[in-house]
Design a protein around this ligand. Structure first.
Ligand code: NAD
Length: 259
């Protein structure tokens, strides 16, 4: 990633922070975005203290003007935009479909799906101008499998996979690659609290993996950085499961209710 300018959304915690750290460690220039100002600044401090280069832009990815501004800051700061990892997302509310209110559904779609679209909308023009670029969207194993009490989240992540495929076709001829990573279980953010309290749910999800364990966040982050980098130069349009073999092994036991 040496000298590459990359936007990472949701960089204020969890997977986004880890992806930002790895990119900076490899000599990349990170524009870290998050709605959480404290978390985003912390990520930038971490990177800077380790000798890397990063800047923070407070961004709500559900707001178009803020996505436009995010790309503008990356260009002003580093003079180019080589890549982006669209990772920011909001979690599920653990309610059944018929009990999910429209406001919540809209919020999840606005952040996870429309937010990813809006980020790409402003990341792609400078890449078109440069004649190259690489985008990695973070989907989920929930985009590949159905889970109870997570319909809005599953639908939003399947949407991200569709968006990725279509954009790969649209921009492949312009030397812009668009891929996705579907993480399996990671102990990050809100997910960690839920899973620590619900050993049965945790065991069932781990039971769906071939490796028989949850991931370390850096294992998923490394996959995303590889897809972002030139090392994967002939790969576009894929949604890569980094899920311990849930999708690859075809193990698909249905989990119980998360509510
Ligand atoms: N944790 C898991 O097990 C898991 C599994 C599959 C997929 N994922 C996906 O991985 C990605 C990273 O999640 P994580 O596990 O690191 O969770 P996390 O909660 O630690 O990180 C998500 C980040 O997104 C930010 N964010 C939320 N809404 C935003 C908005 N509107 N605008 C800008 N930033 C916003 C949050 O502030 C947070 O820093 C997400 O796309 C998530 O859906 C996570």
């Amino acid at each position: 990633m040496k000298g590459k300018s990359v936007i990472v959304t949701g960089a204020g915690s969890g997977l986004g922070r880890e992806i930002s750290r790895i990119i900076a460690q490899q000599g990349g220039l990170v524009t870290a975005a998050d709605i959480n100002e404290a978390g985003g600044n912390e990520t930038v401090d971490m990177i800077t203290k380790a000798g890397g280069k990063a800047t923070f832009v407070k961004t709500n990815i559900a707001v178009e003007a803020e996505c436009e501004q995010l790309t503008k800051v990356a260009l002003d700061m580093f003079g180019r935009l080589d890549g982006a990892v669209n990772n920011a997302a909001a979690g599920q509310n653990a309610a059944r479909l018929h009990e999910t209110d429209l406001k919540h559904w809209n919020h999840i779609m606005d952040v996870n799906l429309t937010g990813t679209f809006l980020c790409m909308k402003y990341q792609i023009p400078p890449m078109l101008e440069a004649g190259r670029g690489s985008i990695v969207n973070i989907a989920s194993y929930a985009g590949l499998f159905g889970f109870e009490s997570a319909t809005e989240y599953c639908a939003s992540k399947a949407g991200v996979m569709g968006l990725t495929r279509a954009a790969a076709v649209e921009y492949g001829h312009h030397n812009i690659r668009v891929n996705a990573v579907c993480p399996g279980l990671m102990f990050t953010g809100m997910q960690a609290e839920v899973l620590r309290e619900k050993a049965d749910v945790l065991n069932e999800i781990v039971g769906m993996t071939a490796l028989g364990r949850p991931s370390r966040t850096e294992e998923v982050a490394e996959s995303a950085v590889w897809l972002l980098s030139d090392s994967s130069s002939y790969i576009t349009g894929v949604s890569l499961p980094a899920d311990g073999g849930m999708a690859g092994s075809g193990v698909s036991r249905v989990t119980r209710d998360w509510a």
